[in-house]
Design a binder for this molecule. Structure first.
Ligand code: URA
Ligand code: SF4
Length: 227
């Protein structure tokens, strides 16, 4: 039997364009999902990238983090958040007293989208059609690990969940309503901090990011108390 997910965000409408839903396995365990995603051709992005970068981390995470897409280093390594943005995220997690090993890290889109600039591969923002095509993987990961708290990192992840009018600048660091998890929060993407115009702004933005992660940690504590 082909097991199709319940229609929800990211799923195909009848009649339809290809999407990750066409590659969804019956067995929704993480190893099975990861294996199936390795062969996904739900959009064009698999063609130029090195490999699928699936989510990783604790199978019952304190927090599930959602980024945008793998970067150059993640594409080569096959693991999420191992490049410069991942290093900054590690620093912020530590400052917020969160353990990387107790969280789960994934991306809205599982293949690296880029353009060549000389010998460098420069990140390109995924299009809506690619985001929609890939969302069944994120939905499946969330359904499997069932996090109490989800933190959306940056506009791509936040808009994928809350729609195109969502504004990180206005709604960061707040508890948001979603069917994805009991507690959902959005904040900036760590790569936006790396792009800050000077050291002073970078430090300030990092402090604000850490404050958001500390708030996310308090959300995990209230989950534990109520359960
Ligand atoms: N940026 C992301 O959004 N995800 C990664 O895995 C790395 C960088
Ligand atoms: Fe499949 Fe997502 Fe990769 Fe597109 S980006 S091919 S939907 S895994």
């Amino acid at each position: 039997m082909v097991c199709m997910p319940k229609k929800s965000f990211g799923d195909n409408a009848a009649g339809r364009k290809p999407s990750a839903a066409d590659f969804m396995p019956d067995d929704r365990s993480l190893p099975s999902l990861k294996h199936a995603a390795e062969h996904c051709q739900g959009c064009e992005l698999y063609k130029d990238a090195t490999q699928t970068v699936f989510g990783e981390g604790s199978v019952s995470p304190q927090i599930l983090f959602v980024g945008e897409q793998p970067g150059d280093m993640e594409d080569k390594a096959g693991h999420p958040f191992v490049g410069p943005a991942g290093k900054l995220l590690d620093r912020a997690l530590e400052a917020a007293d969160l353990q990387r090993a107790e969280c789960y890290f994934t991306n809205t889109v599982k293949h690296f989208k880029f353009e060549w600039r000389g010998k460098r591969r420069l990140h390109k923002t995924p299009r809506q059609i690619e985001i929609n095509a890939c969302l069944p993987w994120l939905r499946a990961e969330i359904n499997t690990v069932k996090p109490d708290v989800i933190v959306l990192l940056g506009a791509t992840a936040a808009k994928a969940v809350f729609g195109k009018d969502f504004k990180i600048t206005q709604q960061r660091g707040q508890l948001l309503q979603s069917d994805l998890a009991p507690k959902v929060m959005a904040t900036v993407h760590p790569s936006s901090i790396l792009r800050a115009i000077d050291d002073e702004s970078r430090e300030r933005e990092l402090e604000e990011f850490i404050a958001d992660l500390k708030f996310a940690k308090t959300l995990t504590e209230s989950c534990t108390e109520s359960s």
